[in-house]
Design a protein around this ligand. Structure first.
Ligand SMILES: [Zn+2]
Ligand SMILES: [Zn+2]
Length: 231
């Protein structure tokens, strides 16, 4: 798999100034990885070996299913299932096996159930992207400016940024970075809380008239879920 498809330019993502920039980066990585699996990966047996072992999570199976090329998905599933037959459910008397054998089997199944080829690629791309982003943040005042102008940072990505910042961010800008991130999260949280509260209030019988003012609250449930879960 070419690394270039997992390289997302930092500035491009931040210039959008719409939503959480880390979500936007994840979405692009995800899209590239899914498109790759459903297209070019057909020609690369190495990739099939990898996907047979790790499989995919529900989220990414759904995204693959939404692609037009269902034959790609079927072929991938075919060898994935065959691999399971060969490596996990191979000998007779599988359920009567000794403890250690049973443990090995559950270990293999755990890998298939818990791992995901696309999630792993996202993780890989994310780590590199963060390193570049931190570097840019340290070097360019313009980028620091651009960073502070983001709409918000979602809660899970705030956590990821804070953790990574502890170990990887240059000391000279660490505190500033923390403060800017926290401000982006707090401001958006306040905005969301206001919108969701307004939404609740609209269910009051006094607000049922034709000209009831929903303000910005109509999609507040969806926005709150995205903020809390990244999805
Ligand atoms: Zn996010
Ligand atoms: Zn996944």
């Amino acid at each position: 798999m070419r690394e270039s498809i997992l390289t997302i330019p930092v500035n491009e993502i931040f210039e959008k100034k719409c939503g959480c920039p880390v979500c936007a980066m994840r979405d692009e990585l995800e899209q590239h990885a899914v498109e790759y699996i459903m297209g070019a990966a057909m020609m690369e047996p190495d990739v099939r070996i990898e996907t047979n072992k790790s499989g995919f999570c529900k989220e990414h199976f759904e995204q693959m299913r939404a692609c037009k090329n269902r034959l790609s998905l079927a072929l991938m599933l075919q060898t994935h299932l065959q691999e399971l037959q060969k490596t996990v459910f191979t000998e007779k008397g599988f359920f009567e096996s000794k403890d250690s054998k049973s443990r090995k089997t559950t270990e293999r199944i755990s890998k298939v159930v818990n791992d995901c080829f696309v999630c792993a690629k996202i993780e890989w791309g994310f780590t590199r992207w963060l390193t570049n982003m931190f570097d840019l943040y340290k070097r360019e005042r313009e980028f620091r400016e651009l960073f502070s102008q983001q709409q918000f940072i979602c809660l899970p990505h705030y956590k990821a940024l804070m953790q990574k910042c502890d170990s990887d961010m240059d000391k000279s800008v660490k505190n500033e970075f923390r403060e800017v991130c926290t401000k982006l999260v707090k401001n958006y949280l306040d905005e969301l809380e206001k919108d969701v509260s307004h939404y609740c209030k609209m269910y009051d019988y006094r607000n049922t008239g034709k000209d009831a003012d929903w303000g910005n609250s109509k999609d507040s449930i969806e926005r709150a879920i995205k903020f809390l879960t990244t999805r």
